[in-house]
Design a protein around this ligand. Sequence first.
Ligand SMILES: N[C@@H](CCC(=O)N[C@@H](CS)C(=O)NCC(=O)O)C(=O)O
Length: 227
Amino acid sequence: MTSRKVVELFYDVVSPYSWLGFEVMCRYRNVWNIDLKLRPAFLGGIMHGAGNKPPGLVPNKFAYMTKDLNRLAEYFSVPLQSPADPFEVMFQKGSLAAMRFVAAVQEKEKDGEKVVNVSRELWRRIWSEDKDITEPASLSEAAVKAGLSESEIKELLAMSTSTQVKEKLKSTTQAALDYGAFGFPMIVCHVDGKPEMFFGSDRFELMAHCIGEKWLGPQPSKSAAKL
Ligand SMILES: N[C@@H](CCC(=O)N[C@@H](CS)C(=O)NCC(=O)O)C(=O)O
């Protein structure tokens, strides 16, 4: 077997398209010969640093995205549902506290699955159940569902406001900007020592081609069973 290609996934739980990208990459991490590195970062910092603005602020794009996300939820089999007030959720409440919490989980926990599970539970809250992700009690509920213990959660909540964790989130966000990010999800595939950057959850076929793998659709285990 040739050595595994490193694939970095930059994401923020405020981004519904990142949820789709995340679930697909989690499904493919044992199908493709890749070493998937999760890179939780802050989309607000990307928008600011890249001089971009969220597509949801353009009324026609917002209307299109709402339809697009409904279709994609079904296509990707991800239980994504828009919250009642997406503007409040995305632009007023935001995800800074949540992403600092995910960064703390990544900093402390050796078990990478905890980052996967906590991220997924936060997405589920904001993009499926229309629940808050800004209050410590909300982060705590997500972490309990992700299987973390009360004592772990207490320590992680304290860590998430520390300078060390704030700097970690900042530096991951800066790393994404350095690769050329202007939005999320962003996937960086390291091919022959060169980083190849892909924006969005709609570039998997092209990405697979670039890393010499096959795109088997959004649910590779189901397609493999059919072959
Ligand atoms: N076409 C992409 C759209 C992804 C997308 O719109 N991401 C938002 C965050 S949820 C973003 O960062 N957009 C920046 C931009 O469109 O310039 C996909 O299907 O995944």
